[in-house]
Design a protein around this ligand. Structure first.
Ligand code: PLP
Length: 393
């Protein structure tokens, strides 16, 4: 699982005292994104959800293989447009402010995913003030989110701050009938209902949205409607080699597609998770109340994913034979060991009771699947340890 290029870089960074470090394998990312694109039927548009990993070089690498970027805040919108000049941007997310909407209209944002009737009115004011037309998808929180019950994070089909139920959608449509048609153009509907779904569950969600959405758009006179089906493709942290079945999903979308309409997806995690590595060094190994513990440099303030999702982060050990001290090297294994970070909290655990053949102080650990919801969701300044260095392959 660990590429030689990542292993060699880890050893070089250790020698240069540059660990902990994040490494993004941009070549692997480009190949993965190209494979996703190839699995999707051509008219389906592929946007990348920037909040999974907004690293500028990651965004620029993806620009060549995607149709656009989905951003979830005014900050992401501004950053993405600077990092990838000229890219198409869809601006979603709850709690947009008037000022953010005005700047996004000025900047030529491609699509607005509107979350409420109040937001629709704010967007209309911003567009009218700028003398521009804003293209709108209304975000739906449909009555049933398909078989999304198995999902790790369900955001639709139940009361939530995201999107609109049928009554709120109708309120927006009524509002649109009164607003100046020159400032807002209703293009269709958007739904992001759950995270962590397999291909069949996601296709069931898509079928549900299209069943509702085609009828709704026809009644509201939306011609050539667009349906953004969201993201949420699963990443299996226990089985890093079993990736989302893009081919199956692509075939299912091809069956669902109708001429004259646009389907769009906006995955995040399943696009960038695999390209990122968090590399660190084992500082100490000890046995406490009968269990083995390894403490690494850094921890969940750099890689919050395992604490946030409640899983064990997959890792590979890079054995370092040299030992510079004249006392016995702390070590453990074969057996189970818990890998912790440097924070003064029992939650700073990256992998719990993992099976290793041997782990010694001074060895390196390479945590995989660290390219999405990793560095950018972590609480960096807690305890004021030094930050990681960043590298690209
Ligand atoms: C987070 C998010 C996504 C991406 O979800 P993933 O699970 O990372 O694929 C897509 N659309 C919206 C609206 C989101 O909030």
């Amino acid at each position: 699982m660990l590429a030689d290029s990542v292993r060699d870089l880890a050893l070089r960074l250790d020698a240069a005292d540059a660990l902990p470090a994040y490494v993004y394998d941009l070549a692997a990312l480009a190949a993965h994104a190209a494979a996703i694109r190839a699995a999707l039927p051509r008219p389906v548009e592929f946007y990348y959800a920037v909040k999974a990993n907004p690293d500028a070089r990651v965004l620029r690498t993806l620009a060549g293989h995607t149709d656009g970027l989905e951003v979830s805040s005014g900050g992401e919108r501004a950053f993405a447009m600077t990092a990838v000049p000229g890219c198409r941007v869809a601006f979603g997310g709850p709690g947009k402010t008037s000022a953010e909407l005005a700047r996004a209209v000025e900047a030529g944002t491609h699509r607005f995913h509107v979350e409420s009737p109040h937001e629709l009115r704010m967007l209309a004011s911003a567009a009218s003030a700028a003398g521009r037309t804003a293209d709108v998808l209304l975000r739906v929180n449909p009555a049933s989110a398909g078989s999304g019950q198995s999902a790790a994070l369900v955001m639709g089909g139940r009361p939530s701050p995201f999107g609109m139920d049928a009554a709120l959608l109708d309120a927006c449509a009524d509002e649109l009938a009164w607003l100046d048609p020159g400032c807002l153009r209703l293009r269709g509907l958007h739904a992001h209902m759950a995270s962590g779904l397999g291909a069949d569950d996601l296709l069931a969600c898509a079928r549900g949205l299209l069943g509702f959405g085609r009828d709704w758009c026809a009644r509201r006179g939306v011609r050539e409607p667009e349906f953004n089906l969201g993201g949420g493709m699963a990443v299996d942290y226990r089985r890093p080699d079993s990736v989302f079945d893009w081919a199956r999903y692509g075939r299912g979308l091809a069956e669902l597609a109708c001429p004259g309409e646009t389907l769009r997806i906006e995955p995040g995690r399943a696009v960038t998770a695999y390209c990122g590595w968090y590399l660190s060094r084992v500082l100490d190994v000890k046995r406490n109340h009968g269990e083995e513990f390894a403490v690494i440099a850094g921890g969940t303030h750099h890689l919050r994913t395992p604490a946030a999702k409640g899983h064990d982060q997959p890792f590979a050990i890079i054995a370092v034979p040299s030992w510079s001290h004249d006392w016995t090297r702390p070590s453990a294994g074969p057996g189970l060991i818990t890998i912790c970070g440097q924070l003064c909290t029992p939650r700073d655990i990256l992998a719990s009771r993992a099976s290793v053949s041997r782990l010694c102080a001074g060895d390196l650990v390479a945590f995989g699947l660290a390219g999405a919801y990793a560095w950018n969701i972590s609480h960096h300044s807690f305890l004021m340890h030094p930050g990681p260095t960043f590298h690209y392959l």
